[in-house]
Ligand binder design. Structure first.
Ligand code: NAD
Ligand code: LMR
Length: 334
């Protein structure tokens, strides 16, 4: 058996963590042979709830879980960790846009970036989930200068899964027969879900999504807006933000970082831009199509981009520039 890895989940008393911790603890993310030390961080008023979560994980009697640490102290939580899944923050309520959360949540990611810098292993893989996820991820990167920027990513896999599921539903096929849909940009209503490069398998035959669906108006209209607005629709219906589907997406994202993406396939995640790819400005955490090998992502380059896509990719980049500047201004005064 391998040595245990130390996996931190923040916001561990919250609703996403309640599904996520079980996925991790039973081996769905890091593998069925990988022992785990689970570290649960939440804020002081949530410590008794966190104690209950700890009891429940223990009561699952899962063989991979070797130790569980529940704490409200960042220096303890981030100490020598191999993986950080940063969920803890305030979720959006009905009527709010994700960027409304900027002020509420930016400070958390500055402080946790500092803690990563001081206490985590330099090889730590960091996934930011708390919204606005892209800009919070950038804040964490900037607050952890000793950790390579490439070790950080933010979650747009939920949007990616939503897009695949919409196409699968429309065609009446299983979602694993839909490949290479892209989410460009921000995890917000300006994101651009793009099916131009995606393929589907219908009755055993691989073909482009547009050939299979034969409904360009849907692909340029409802498909995009349903995916862009799905988070708000779930909040309206549940009076709570998505949690089960978010936990599944986090598990998919981290599993791909750990084990890599299949040959010829890509997934979307928010990663640092270098200014050279698809004309996206540098110094943004922007969702791109990536392939992953040896726990390292690389952007899928040189895909042909039509004018319709180009316009939408730029619009979501502009929103990220605005968010970055607002966060910088806000954090400089705290
Ligand atoms: P929740 O309110 O149920 O849980 C959040 C938890 O974080 C709470 O227990 C809270 O006490 C804790 N917390 C707050 N500040 C903290 C801090 N400084 N350190 C540690 N823990 C802290 O919320 P949730 O539904 O689990 O959602 C969590 C976040 O994930 C929200 O920001 C939500 O918008 C975001 N989210 C992102 C995606 C995505 O795709 N990127 C999807 C769904 C939700
Ligand atoms: C989602 O996409 O479901 C989450 O980011 C919650 C939200 O605020 O939309």
């Amino acid at each position: 058996m391998a040595e245990p890895i130390k996996v931190l989940v923040t916001g561990a008393a919250g609703q996403i963590a309640y599904s996520l911790l079980y996925n991790i603890a039973k081996g769905d993310v890091f593998g069925k042979d990988q022992p785990l030390i689970l570290v649960l961080l939440d804020i002081t008023p949530m410590m008794s709830v966190l104690e209950g979560v700890l009891m429940e994980i223990r009561d699952c009697a899962l063989p991979l879980v070797r130790e569980i640490i529940a704490t409200d102290k960042e220096e303890e939580a981030f100490n020598c960790i191999d993986v950080a899944i940063l969920v803890g923050s305030m979720p959006r309520r009905e009527g709010m846009e994700r960027k409304d959360l900027l002020q509420a949540n930016a400070k958390i990611f500055k402080s946790q970036g500092n803690a990563l810098d001081k206490f985590a292993k330099k090889t730590v893989k960091v996934l930011v989930v708390g919204n606005p996820a892209n800009t919070n991820c950038l804040t964490a990167i900037k607050s952890a200068p000793s950790i390579p920027k490439e070790n950080f990513s933010c979650l747009t896999r939920l949007d990616n899964n939503r897009a695949r599921a919409q196409i699968a539903y429309k065609l009446g096929i299983p979602s694993n027969d839909v490949k290479n849909v892209i989410i460009w940009g921000n995890h917000s209503s300006t994101q651009y879900p793009d099916a131009n490069h995606a393929t589907v398998k219908v009755q055993g035959k691989e073909m482009s999504v547009s050939d299979a669906i034969k409904d360009d108006a849907w692909l340029k209209g409802d498909f995009i807006s349903i995916v862009q607005q799905r988070g708000a629709a779930v909040i309206r219906a549940r009076k709570l933000s998505s949690a089960m589907s978010a936990a599944k997406a986090i598990s998919d994202h981290m599993k791909d970082i750990w084990f890599g993406t299949p040959e010829g396939e890509w997934v979307s995640m928010g990663v640092i831009s270098n200014g050279n790819t698809y004309n996206i400005p540098n110094d943004l955490v922007y969702s791109f199509p990536v392939q992953i090998k040896n726990k390292t992502w690389s952007i899928v380059e040189c895909l042909p981009i039509n004018d319709f896509s180009c316009e939408r990719m730029k619009a979501t980049a502009s929103e990220l520039v605005e968010e970055r500047d607002t966060a910088a201004e806000f954090l400089s005064s705290v």
